[in-house]
Write a protein that binds this ligand. Structure first.
Ligand code: ZN
Length: 464
């Protein structure tokens, strides 16, 4: 009896100790996360940061002098805002730059078409190429064509991207952008055109990387470009009439083998557990055709403002909050990969990570990717986000493109899922400019991120 009594006291003690270890947010912290979110809805700092980046730097293609200026802008801005340990971690990469880009139907109805080169495209040479167009309804249809049937011809793939709130149409439609130039080369084509991977009917063509840049050289495909949606319709109408379409295409991009990019890092050092890291990411580079306001100036504004508010409006966090502005995302997640290589030993201390890279729409879902039995704990971090109207999501979050490799190393991630209904009207086109961002929507994002990072940096919970 006496023994049992001792045992029960011991058991009770263990239960209490266990409870003390599993430190989810307290009631007071949950209330504070709501209070912070409400307060941040009235702030404009996120928008001011995007405005500064898109105005003072503008377009910032990976590996170029413009991207270098963006890093300088970021270092100056982050220091001025009061972040600590502000630094750049450089890495090398080949640099692709757009040249001239022109397409003209020569026959049967002579007229110019609006196009843009795809990232990584080869050049047609300054004379351009001329050939008859063979149309395909999908990448699969091009793949099914007999080898050499396209000798001396220009292949065209028309395939419409589906508009969705979660952006799921992009991966499907993007396959033709990634593969068409290499498949067309196998078939003997001179060049390939695709319908823009995008959802707008405006007359802007949509660019984007073909194959991801890595340290290994990418095999050459044929010269490749996207047609603006109305121009794709025009070409398809003429092809459907059964008439032979002869087209002249001029693309003169160039690739330099050695360029430099980098990730910009800034921190709020943790007070109690400085070695434990909560990572907030966005990417600093953009495509070259616009100022990259929604992709991904918005993400930069959102995460930097959320971290700055945390610094000013709360006590110093228990864990370190690290903001990472990745370089060279657009050309193949090069910065995300470099980060994992440079921080390999430290990844086990990354408690949770998330990247904002889906425009400036409001957040409608809070998704996690946590270990078995840790999902409820990770969902607790979305308390303030749900107060702002988001629904709890599943446990298959991507966390954001640059977190792909980190996720592969077991770092738990969450996604504050934005409404992407309009995102692919703007993304990777000359129309991705500041006027498309609604300040109130951006503030909504900052508010959600602030409440999330406040809880993640101040609780003793783990999510692996
Ligand atoms: Zn992006």
């Amino acid at each position: 009896m006496r023994y049992l009594k001792h045992l029960s006291v011991l058991t009770l003690g263990l239960i209490l100790a266990g409870h003390a270890l599993a430190q989810g947010p307290t009631e007071a912290q949950l209330a504070k996360s709501e209070e912070l979110a409400r307060w941040a809805l009235e702030q404009n700092l996120g928008y001011e940061i995007v405005e500064s980046l898109t105005t003072e730097v503008g377009a910032r293609l990976a590996g170029t002098e413009a991207e270098e200026r963006a890093r300088q802008w970021a270092v100056t801005k982050l220091k001025k805002l009061g972040f600590k340990n502000v630094r750049v971690e450089h890495f090398d990469l080949p640099v692709w730059e757009r040249g001239l880009e022109r397409a003209e139907i020569l026959a049967p109805y002579p007229q110019a078409l609006v196009i843009t080169s795809l990232g990584g495209s080869t050049s047609t040479g300054h004379q351009g190429v001329e050939g008859d167009v063979v149309g395909f309804s999908s990448l699969a249809a091009l793949k099914a064509a007999d080898a050499d049937t396209l000798k001396g011809k220009i292949a065209y793939i028309g395939e419409v991207m589906t508009r969705t709130q979660d952006g799921s149409g992009y991966g499907v439609a993007g396959a033709k952008r990634r593969e068409a130039a290499y498949v067309a080369k196998e078939k003997g084509a001179l060049a390939v055109l695709i319908r823009s991977v995008g959802t707008s009917s405006h007359r802007f063509a949509h660019t984007g990387q073909m194959r991801r840049v890595t340290s290994q050289p990418i095999p050459d495909g044929v010269p490749a470009a996207a047609l603006a949606a109305p121009d794709a319709d025009q070409l398809e109408r003429i092809l459907a009439s059964g008439k032979t379409v002869t087209l002249h295409l001029l693309l003169t991009p160039e690739t330099r083998p050695a360029g430099r990019s980098g990730n910009v890092i800034a921190e709020i050092p943790g007070k109690k557990k400085p070695e434990e890291i909560v990572l907030l990411g966005a990417h600093l580079d953009s495509w070259d055709m616009a100022t990259g306001a929604v992709d991904d100036g918005a993400g930069v504004g959102i995460v930097v403002a959320a971290a700055k508010h945390l610094m000013d409006e709360t006590k110093r966090p228990e864990r370190t909050v690290r903001v990472v502005l990745f370089g060279a995302e657009e050309v193949g997640l090069v910065g995300g990969k470099a980060y994992v290589e440079m921080h390999k030993d430290e990844l086990k201390n990354h408690v949770i990570a998330s990247e904002s890279d889906f425009g400036a729409g409001r957040i409608w879902r809070f998704e996690t990717r946590a270990g078995e039995g840790r999902v409820a704990a990770a969902q607790a971090l979305g308390h303030g986000v749900r107060m702002l109207g988001a629904a709890p999501g599943g446990n298959a979050a991507s966390g954001g493109p640059d977190l792909l490799f980190m996720r592969g190393e077991g770092v738990p991630v969450v996604t504050l899922k934005q409404n992407g209904w309009d995102y692919f009207d703007l993304h990777h086109t000359p129309n991705d400019t500041l006027d498309k961002i609604h300040p109130a929507d951006l503030a909504h994002n900052v508010a959600a991120w602030l409440s999330f990072v406040y809880l993640a940096a101040n609780t003793g919970e783990y999510y692996r």
